[in-house]
Design a binder for this molecule. Sequence first.
Ligand code: FPP
Length: 249
Amino acid sequence: MSILKKIDLNNTPKHIAIIMDGNGRWAQQQGHSRLFGHNFGVESVREVLKAAQKTNVEYLTLYAFSTENWNRPQEEVDGLMDLLVRTIGNEVEELHKSNVKISTIGNILGLPESCGKELHEAHEKTKKNTGVNLILALNYSSRWELTNAAKNIAIKVESGKINADEIDEHTIISELNTSNIPDPELLIRTSGEYRVSNFLLWQIAYAEFYFTDVLWPDFKASDLYKAILDYQSRERRFGMVSEQIEKDS
Ligand code: FPP
């Protein structure tokens, strides 16, 4: 039986977030430059998106460039930006045809203009689509997002729009980049690293974590299905006890 057939389509995570890691090591293992690995990483993005479309996944968030990634060698940063612009430009038509809706989280204004323009066009073109939501986290970090949220709430309090004692979880959620997106139920990180690296810290409060040694350029459809199957084997309790979950289901 194929691994896809083992998945219970009534219980797939609606939102999967992925920390795509290991491009550099994958390339270096083969004696190539790190950028070679990023280029191959795009193949995995393509394959994983197609795989997600075969399940009931509605949101796929990919950590493509973190705020901290600016600290990499200039050549790699430039190469990554160039790759993003080229990939979005090349893929948007195909993604549109397959009903994918493209959006972003992160400080897009801090990206090179060409990148911002390509992303804006991709968003405009696909915004009415009703298939998988592909969310690219670019120039993103949770601490940046939460700091902005705090600032915006402070401004609202200062201007008398809200009272400080009215602030609740919803106030904060509404200031996040993900305000219209449900929290991920599953967070995947590739390449054998066990870190969250400033990614969706608020949103993963109840997410299941799946770590794999597979390097991102080797991560294929079957790896995504394995992660979903693993997720389906877990019991999500949200702070309750097993008996309560059984009674509710
Ligand atoms: C982490 O591997 C990967 C990145 C920082 C970049 C990921 C970007 C892509 C796969 C391109 C995505 C393109 C689109 C359009 C979504 P690493 O370089 O940290 O690897 P290492 O840990 O082995 O050094």
